[in-house]
Design a protein around this ligand. Sequence first.
Ligand SMILES: [Zn+2]
Length: 205
Amino acid sequence: MGLKKIVIVRCPWLFRKSVKRGDKRSKTLYLTFDDGPTPSITENVLEILRKYNAKASFFCLGKNAEKYPDILDSIINDGHTIGNHGYSHLNAFKVSGKEWIDDIFRYSPVSENKYFRPPYGNILPWEFNKISKKYKVVFWDVMTYDFRQDFNVDIIKNILKNKIRNGSVIVFHDSVKASKNMLPALEFTLEYFTARGYEFHNLDQ
Ligand SMILES: [Zn+2]
């Protein structure tokens, strides 16, 4: 990442129309799952969410949703929100703007939704302005780092306990790589914060 890009990403006013966190006065949390749908992993997530009567949002990859349309349907049938995370998870800092934008609109069951999250959280200001005409761009205030192979569940539980606050938008990944950390960390989040009076909503609620 060049210096120019670092400067752009660190200027929050450029992306002021985006979402990072919900209402600070409300004990509502927004679970989000990136990079799926993934066979068995996403279904496990759905089962856990059902157990706690929790709603969430899934930022799906077009290429995965195209391969597993039944899982996409299950997410929708359970009352969760679908968001677009691009077709093939391209990094906006590494490919041309045209290639990046085309990739986002490649698979309509995913792209024809209200919310978009850029892969790696990377997006250039002109891309943001273009994308914002169609989507609400959703970043986050709590990254769980569930994909980090050098992190165990205890490290992630500490992140969750320390960082989650009213209105937090929390990033998990329903991917094979993250699942070892993600599934127990998700159970923990639901149990710990439900016991403390929090509710879990999707982005449409
Ligand atoms: Zn991603």
